[in-house]
Design a protein around this ligand. Structure first.
Ligand code: 5AD
Ligand code: SF4
Length: 502
């Protein structure tokens, strides 16, 4: 249940949370401490941005809380990639408006992220109870803007892109360590013009970060305990070194992503795993394929959005690759890494998509085969080129096609996971297992989720450990620690009964 649904029960309760939290907040105001709550909608970019907001507000002396009722500053980090996310935002803001109206003490309501950039001033006209509208490139000014809002300043809008001197906010390792797997942003914005996509309008033109800055952030995160780094960018494999530090490219390289990966591998040798997301199929080049061949730290999994299996639709989507190019790239990757898995994004019901086009998408899914699919119903977005094509596939047909993609995806995933039962997989221990008390969960380098069975004495921070796969669920695996395998932490090796050698 979402927090705002729980909040709805307040009216029938003797305990009035608004009053209770108002008193708490009044008490804190006396001690000068402000609380903030962040709600994140949308993609990994937004998750990354929300983490930076958390750090900026913590650095400004504020304290994170787990519900908006407890917060003096409420931030909704928004997504506009599909209409559904935008509608969700509007309904959530309606609820926050009520929460704010019931209060006696100041509250700053912030709309951040892609919708903030997209609507700008218009946001305030529609929703005058919002105090700060802030785009993805303006987060550094957030602590000041919320403090001003709490002092009664009029609403502010800060949504310009930082085109001349792009800033990339660093993750800051916390006192309690960093996650085993951490994102590092290498570029932002997008220069592609996929006809359905609003991102170039909300996140702006593509800008790139210097290799020195990137390597330094990776080094700091690894020193603080991260084992896996995920390089982040909208078209991440089109990375262009802005400072020309990486030297001349080999003739078969279009971008500097491969050189950057090699530099990270060389300069941070203690890094265990490296991933990048999301690549665009048209920016794969020989140098990146060679990096997959040569560097054991580069994970044997890529998430490569394809969107459709029909060349006719890909053309109308202005994807600038076709089915054949895509399959060829996958073929090259699998030639150098035969065990590599590929996941993808699919849009169903793009304007003019026929049954025949959709069958081609299903056949591509089988041919690759994709292990892991994020599929979406096409959603018309303001200002995008695809609006000209109408929205002629009915919602019922979109729902039917979506269900068929999911059904096929589940069966491919199931087959894939079933085949892993009995094998040993190296798993990065990442987080508590949400389904078991005290249990742990992690990922293999091919991105299979593995839950640890039994209290093996492992803990967060143990890094990559070998687990014997004993069961496959629909979307994940169950693994057990095998003390005979190399790579088991010595602390545990001594605790576990060791089978007599034969
Ligand atoms: N409608 C539906 N899905 C979309 N995506 C992007 N724009 C739209 C849209 N207008 C999907 C694409 C992209 C993912 C992040 O969101 O599949 O890869
Ligand atoms: Fe959108 Fe296409 Fe850019 Fe991806 S590559 S962010 S789908 S415009």
């Amino acid at each position: 249940m979402a927090w705002w649904e729980r909040e709805g029960s307040a009216g029938v309760s003797i305990f009035d949370p608004h009053l209770h939290f108002d008193r708490l907040r009044a008490k804190r105001a006396l001690s000068g401490m402000l609380n903030f709550f962040i709600r994140t909608l949308g993609c990994q970019m937004n998750v990354h941005d929300s983490d930076r907001v958390y750090e900026l507000l913590s650095d400004a002396g504020m304290c994170a809380v787990s519900s908006p009722e407890q917060a003096d500053v409420i931030i909704v980090n928004t997504c506009s990639v599909r209409q559904k996310a935008e509608s969700k935002l509007d309904s959530e803001l309606g609820k926050l408006r009520k929460l704010k109206a019931l209060r006696n003490s100041p509250t700053a309501l912030v709309v951040a992220g892609c919708v903030a950039r997209q609507r700008g001033e218009a946001m305030l006209k529609r929703m005058p109870f919002v105090d700060v509208v802030i785009g993805p490139d303006n987060l550094l000014s957030l602590p000041n803007l919320v403090k001003m809002a709490l002092r009664g300043a009029p609403p502010t809008v800060a949504t310009e892109w930082d085109l001349d001197r792009p800033t990339f906010l660093r993750s800051r390792p916390h006192r309690d360590g960093v996650s085993a797997s951490s994102f590092v942003s290498i570029s932002k914005g997008c220069d592609e013009r996929c006809s359905y996509c609003i991102v170039p309008r909300t996140r702006g033109p593509e800008r790139h970060r210097s290799p020195t800055e990137i390597v330094s952030e990776v080094r700091d995160l690894v020193a603080a305990g991260a084992r896996e780094i995920i390089l982040l960018g909208q078209t991440v494999n089109n990375y262009q070194d802005p400072s020309k530090e990486l030297g001349r490219r080999p003739s078969h390289a279009q971008s500097d992503i491969a050189a950057l990966i090699r530099r990270i591998a060389h300069e941070v040798p203690t890094l265990t795993r490296l991933r990048y997301t999301s690549p665009h199929p048209r920016f794969y080049d020989g140098a990146l394929i060679e990096a997959h061949r040569d560097l054991p730290l580069l994970c044997r999994h890529v998430h490569m959005p394809v969107q459709s299996g029909s060349d006719r639709i890909l053309k109308r989507m202005i994807r600038r690759h076709n089915r054949q190019d895509f399959l060829q790239t996958i073929g090259q990757l699998k030639k150098v890494q035969p065990e590599l898995t590929v996941s993808t994004d699919i849009i169903v019901g793009f304007p003019t998509e026929t049954d025949e086009d959709f069958e081609q998408t299903l056949s591509l899914i089988r041919e690759v085969p994709f292990i892991g699919i994020y599929a979406f119903k096409y959603s018309p977005r303001p200002g995008t080129a695809a609006l000209r094509l109408g929205d002629d596939v009915s919602d019922g047909m979109k729902a039917e096609r979506l269900a068929r993609v999911f059904e096929l995806s589940e069966s491919l995933m199931r087959n894939h996971l079933d085949r892993l039962v009995g094998t040993v997989q190296r798993v990065l221990i990442e987080e508590p297992n949400p389904r078991s008390d005290g249990g742990l969960t992690g990922h293999t380098d091919r991105n299979e989720i593995v839950h640890l069975r039994g209290d093996a004495g492992l803990r967060l921070g143990d890094g990559v450990v070998p687990l014997r796969i004993v069961e496959a669920y629909k979307h994940s695996l169950v693994g057990e620690l095998d003390p005979m395998l190399t790579g088991v932490p010595s602390r545990i090796k001594h605790r576990l009964p060791i089978a007599p050698s034969r």
